[in-house]
Design a protein around this ligand. Structure first.
Ligand SMILES: [Fe+2]
Length: 248
């Protein structure tokens, strides 16, 4: 009797993100980039992902001076506003802030000045343009390493100029770069080609961590469906994903 009741009340592990634990890439701080527009939306995104089993959120607004001129000064006060609102609503979740850095000349300056918001300890989330490869990407990785940081490359599967060049992914890993796949890529949100590359990267065990890269409610809905259908666990639950190990 009790065991059958248990069956109904316990969430089966196959339809949660408990294996992931930490979402280390999202745009859920309100009003400072192309992500969440307001505090209410941010709380809803956190509630939605918490219900799926995420325990810790590292929010990563863009720092891309030409488009999103964020800094510690714009990010940290918003983090505090969000934390206060979560506290007010008695939501017991851990929320931190870092940034997703565009690898450009402004980033070089920030790195020189040690003005960096890492994900956790020594890990720094970086991205490139979707259209054109960052010319001196190896130099960026080298500079980060010299400063004692380990780069985490956001969504490698979305850089189409690497799709026929898996050697580049391997090289980046050899140079100490961690690769982070987007859950939305695996769910098919960005199309078939990106999904296939994400799957191939998993197959070759080149991926280390997964993030939602959640920007808006459509993303939350897509991820929720992907998880609740059991598809996410089918692809990922047995994969040696390092989210908890590196970021908890
Ligand atoms: Fe992002």
């Amino acid at each position: 009797m009790f065991s059958s009741l248990n069956f109904f009340f316990k969430r089966p592990k196959t339809v949660t993100l408990e294996w992931m634990g930490v979402d280390m890439h999202s745009h859920i701080l309100p009003g400072i980039d192309d992500g969440s527009r307001d505090l209410g939306s941010s709380v809803n995104f956190i509630r939605g992902l918490s219900e799926l089993g995420i325990e810790k959120f590292i929010c990563t607004p863009h720092i891309f001076t030409e488009v999103y001129p964020n800094s510690k000064q714009t990010i940290l006060p918003v983090l505090e506003r969000l934390r206060s609102e979560l506290k007010r609503q008695r939501m017991d979740v851990q929320v931190e802030a870092a940034a997703e850095y565009m690898m450009d000349l402004d980033f070089v300056e920030l790195l020189k000045n040690d003005d960096i918001l890492p994900l956790h300890g020594k890990y720094v989330l970086v991205e490139m343009s979707y259209q054109v490869e960052t010319r001196n990407v190896d130099q960026f990785i080298f500079d980060l390493n010299i400063k004692g940081y380990q780069p985490v490359l956001a969504h490698p599967e979305r850089y189409i100029y690497y799709h026929n060049n898996f050697e580049q992914y391997r090289k980046m890993k050899e140079h100490g770069c961690i690769l982070q796949v987007n859950m939305l890529s695996l769910a098919g949100y960005y199309g078939k080609a990106v999904k296939q590359i994400a799957l191939n990267l998993l197959k070759e065990k080149l991926i280390d961590v997964v993030g939602t890269d959640l920007h808006h409610v459509k993303h939350l809905e897509y991820i929720t469906k992907f998880v609740k259908s059991g598809s996410a666990a089918k692809l990922l639950a047995d994969y040696p994903m390092r989210n908890k190990e590196l970021f908890r």
